[in-house]
Structures are given as structure tokens and as C-alpha cells.
Design a protein around this ligand. Structure first.
Ligand code: NAP
Length: 488
């Protein structure tokens, strides 16, 4: 965002005047201790949000040019005198250098914005440490989850949530108001003991993605090895043909769809297992085992990784004819046919197989793209529950069925051709069909009226062995079926 854009207030002055809860914060003087990257971005954003800003630096003359002209850059002692709310934008190891200011800071609010370099690096959180150094101040932890870049990039870009905690409600409310005027959404995380957790958040590396990524990598490794044995090692051992050139594209391209397809079925398998458990126990009030709970919670990430592999497979497939090895093989086949004086090489069945295979694959990829797009929070939030569950549950299952057709048309009759069994290993696609076909079969069984009705009753609160008069109007049943099927 340019300086010009930043000069525009994030909330118009009318909005600030019109909202009584915001008025007390806007226009007040806010102090910032430190003149580094974070302090600078914070000062720019505060100025643009209508606050007066006073920056406290050890060397104000040298740093003044880095700040907007509307912000006053002065010595630390001078800055803390002029305001009651002070953002401490210095690293934890330098907190003690601020102790000379302790007398001037009595009764003021200190906002600790600091982060650590490692998770649980210190026993005591930075905010608690700051509070121990300045017992006469009120410390509020906040803004550490917002980067200097996000502060500069405007209200509608980047993470908008500011997590706040403090032992003092009034101080927390003041900082929340400031965050709100700056265009952020304050989230109350409770008392100061939450500071440790808040400080760990920016250090976590894709916590929700760890299991799905390991799963995808594990599947990739298994299928890759299997395909390597069939496509490279087998021809070498049996015919002494070196086919290492197949590894970068052909082997990878036969592995990716296997991973995508199995991962897609793993999005729907936990729902099937959960339904089996509910039917078996005759209640929905029994906790699922932890592993199943975890699996259910990671379905979105598993689905997105499935889409990622499917998209890569599409790109790899488009590139197949570009390869030099492919051109050589085409010419070789043409020469062979010319020498054998074969004039018509059109095989009707093969032509149809390929047309259907590609068409079905494109539809499956289209549906997967739709699922991926609607799982983005901004899109998901614009859908109501029924729309979301229709896309993720119904269309998702249709995508699985179409992917199965894509796999079956790829295989066609090859499963019955003994030449396709290398070292007695069946073609890879036959292995991939295992889990998806189980899921599809289970879904078909669950849609049988006798089972579906029982499942619906369980999901509406009915329990085996307990007599509860239960009436389920058909319209309600229909609605709840959508709700529960994607919940579980
Ligand atoms: P920085 O660029 O290195 O700035 C640190 C500032 O601390 C210096 O400019 C310096 O300002 C001041 N300071 C005060 N006493 C000091 C001393 N004894 N020795 C050295 N410097 C001293 O760091 P930053 O990136 O702005 O980060 C500041 C704080 O914000 C850190 O606690 C960090 O964890 C937190 N934070 C940063 C980001 C980010 O995106 N950068 C995001 C979230 C949180 P003067 O020389 O003017 O005194």
C-alpha cells in the first residue's frame, strides 16, 4: 500500500463520530516505544486511523525521517509523559533498558506486541515479564499476531484479528477500541495467563496441515515406489531396458492421480466410519475415538491436498506430448507400421476410451476446483449452511464417483490383461480403487431407507434402549440429512 493510500483514514470520520463505542479511542494520543519496523508500521496505521502518535526513541533525530510527519518522534522519557497508552515495540531482551522510565510509567497501559523466536522459549511469557518489571503499570498483550507488513497493507488485506489478553478489563477494552478503530477485529483471549498461547501463535508452522501433508507424502512415496518398480525396475530386470527417463514425468504423473484419488476418498471415509459407529452404538452421544475426531477435523486440508495433486496431474498430462521421448515413440510406431504395411491404425474402442477418460477427468477436476474454492473462508462465509453442505457433501461425493469413472475408463480392460501384471503386481489403478469403492458402496448402503431412517433418528437424538416418542416430519428429516452428513 502506498503512502498515498495510507494517508486515507481506514474508517471515515463519519463512521467514528457515528459510533459512540469508538469515539473515546479515536483522536487520543498513543505512544510507541521503539523505532523499528513494527513501530514504524504501527505509527503509520495509527496516524491514518485518526490517532495522534508520539514515538519514543533513544535517537529521535536519526529516526524522525522514517516516520510520517504527523507523528512526533522524541526521546523515550518525553514520549511516555505525553500519553497513557504506550505500545512497547522493542524486543524482550531490551525491556530492562526501559526501567529508567518506571516512575513516569506509573498507572499507564503498556501494550506488549513482542514475539519469541521459539515456541515456549521462556517459562514466563514476554507480557508477564514486562508486567513483573513494571508492577505499577497495566500490561495488555496484543497485536503480536499482526505483522509489520499487515499493518501497512491496509484494513482489507491480511489477517484482521488482533488477539488481546490482560488481567485488567478496562485496559483491555481501551486496547480493543484502538484495534477496532484501526480496522482490526479484537478478540478477547481472557487474562494474562493466555499471553503464552498468544505468543506461540505466530510461530506455529501450518498446525492444521501437518497430518494431511504427512499423509499425502506417505501415499506419494508408496505409490511412487510401486510405479517405479512396475515402470522402471521391471523392464530393466526382465528386458535389460533402461527406462530411467520415465521417472521425472511418467512415474510422477501416474503417482499424482493415485494420491489425489485416494486422498479424496479419505475425505469421505471418516464420515462413513462415524456413521458405522453411530449405528453400532445406537447413539450420537458417544465420543468418537480421538484418531477419528482428528481425521474428521482435517477433512478440509485433505480435500485441498487432493485438489492440489489432481491439478498437478492435469498439468503433467498436458505436457506429456511435449516430451522428446514421446515424439521418438510416435515416430518409431509410425515407422514400424509403415514397414508392416499397416494403413489403418484407428482402433475405435481405444478412441472412445480416451475421449470418455479425458472428458470425465476434466469434469472431476472442475468439481474439485469448486470444492476448493468454496472451502476458502471468505467464500464459505457467503454461503448458508445448506449451500455449503450441498457443495462439500453432495457435490464432493459426486466428484468421488466421477473420479472413479475416470479411473475405471483409464483401466478399461487392462485389469484382465496378464501383461499388465509386472512381478505379479496388479496395475496401480486397481489398488487405488479399493478405498474409494468402499466409500461409495457404504454410501449406497446408508442410503437404503431402513438404514437411512435409523441414522437420521440417531442424529436427531434418538438412542438405542431408551424409549423416547420420536416424530420426524419428512421435511425436517430431509433437511437434517444434509446437515448431519456433512457434519460427520
Ligand atoms: P526492530 O526493527 O529491531 O526494532 C526494535 C527497536 O527497539 C529499535 O528500533 C530500537 O529503537 C528499540 N530499542 C529500544 N531499546 C533498545 C536496545 N537496548 N537495543 C536495541 N534496540 C532497542 O524490531 P521490530 O521488528 O520493530 O520488532 C519490535 C517488536 O515488535 C519485537 O518485540 C517484535 O517481536 C514485535 N513484532 C514485530 C513484528 C514485525 O513484523 N516486525 C510483528 C509482530 C511483533 P530506538 O533505537 O529508536 O530506541
Amino acid at each position: 500500500m502506498s503512502r498515498g493510500d495510507m494517508a486515507k483514514p481506514l474508517l471515515g470520520s463519519q463512521g467514528i463520530e457515528g459510533d459512540p463505542s469508538i469515539t473515546p479511542a479515536a483522536g487520543r494520543t498513543i505512544g510507541v516505544l521503539g523505532s523499528g519496523d513494527f513501530a514504524r508500521s504501527l505509527a503509520i496505521r495509527l496516524v491514518c486511523s485518526g490517532f495522534k502518535v508520539v514515538v519514543g526513541s533513544r535517537n529521535p533525530k536519526r529516526k524522525a525521517g522514517l516516520f510520517p510527519s504527523a507523528a512526533e518522534v522524541t526521546f523515550q522519557a518525553d514520549a511516555v509523559k505525553k500519553t497513557d497508552v504506550i505500545f512497547v515495540a522493542v524486543f524482550r531482551e531490551h525491556y530492562s533498558t526501559l526501567c529508567d522510565l518506571a516512575d513516569m510509567l506509573v498507572g499507564k497501559i503498556l501494550v506488549d506486541v513482542s514475539n519469541n523466536t521459539e515456541i515456549n522459549h521462556q517459562k514466563e511469557s514476554n507480557a508477564e515479564y514486562l508486567a513483573s518489571l513494571f508492577p505499577a503499570c497495566t500490561v495488555v498483550k496484543g497485536f503480536n499476531v499482526i505483522s509489520a507488513w499487515t499493518l501497512q497493507s491496509g484494513a482489507r488485506d491480511g489477517n484482521k484479528q488482533v488477539l488481546i489478553c490482560s488481567n485488567n478489563q478496562e485496559a483491555k477494552r481501551t486496547v480493543a477500541e484502538i484495534a477496532q478503530v484501526m480496522g482490526f477485529t479484537p478478540v478477547d483471549m481472557g487474562c494474562m495467563s493466555s499471553a503464552h498461547e498468544i505468543e506461540n501463535i505466530p510461530l506455529r508452522l501450518l498446525p492444521a496441515w501437518r497430518i494431511p501433508i504427512f499423509l499425502a507424502l506417505g501415499l506419494f512415496l508408496c505409490f511412487f515406489t510401486y510405479n517405479l518398480i512396475r515402470q522402471v525396475i521391471h523392464p530393466y530386470i526382465r528386458e535389460q531396458k533402461i527406462k530411467l527417463y520415465k521417472i521425472p514425468i511418467e512415474v510422477v504423473n501416474t503417482t499424482l492421480p493415485c494420491v489425489a484419488y485416494v486422498m479424496l476418498s479419505l475425505v469421505y471415509l471418516p464420515g462413513v466410519l462415524a456413521a458405522c459407529l453411530q449405528l453400532y452404538y445406537g447413539t450420537k452421544y458417544r465420543r468418537f475415538p480421538d484418531w477419528l475426531d482428528q481425521w474428521l477435523q482435517h477433512r478440509k486440508q485433505i480435500g485441498l491436498l487432493s485438489f492440489f495433486c489432481a491439478a498437478l496431474h492435469a498439468v503433467y498430462s498436458l505436457c506429456l506430448p511435449m516430451r522428446r521421448s514421446h515424439r521418438y515413440q510416435l515416430i518409431e510406431t509410425a515407422v514400424k507400421q509403415a514397414m508392416e504395411k499397416k494403413m489403418n491404425i484407428w482402433v475405435e474402442e481405444e478412441v472412445w476410451r480416451m475421449e470418455i477418460y479425458i472428458s470425465v477427468g476434466i469434469i472431476a477436476l472442475g468439481l474439485l476446483s469448486l470444492l476448493a474454492i468454496t472451502s476458502l473462508p471468505s467464500i464459505a462465509n457467503s454461503l448458508n449452511w445448506r449451500e455449503f453442505s450441498f457443495i462439500q457433501s453432495t457435490l464432493g461425493f459426486i466428484a468421488l464417483v466421477i473420479s472413479t469413472l475416470h479411473t475405471l475408463t483409464y483401466g478399461w480392460s487392462r485389469a484382465f490383461d496378464e501383461n499388465q501384471y509386472k512381478f505379479y503386481l496388479p496395475p496401480t489403478y486397481t489398488l487405488t480403487l479399493l478405498v474409494p469403492c468402499t466409500v461409495i458402496l457404504a454410501k449406497v448402503i446408508f442410503s437404503l431407507p431402513c438404514i437411512q431412517q435409523r441414522l437420521l433418528r440417531i442424529r436427531r437424538g434418538w438412542e438405542k434402549g431408551r424409549y423416547v416418542k420420536f416424530i420426524l416430519p419428512s421435511a425436517m428429516a430431509e433437511h437434517s440429512s444434509g446437515e448431519t452428513s456433512s457434519n460427520v
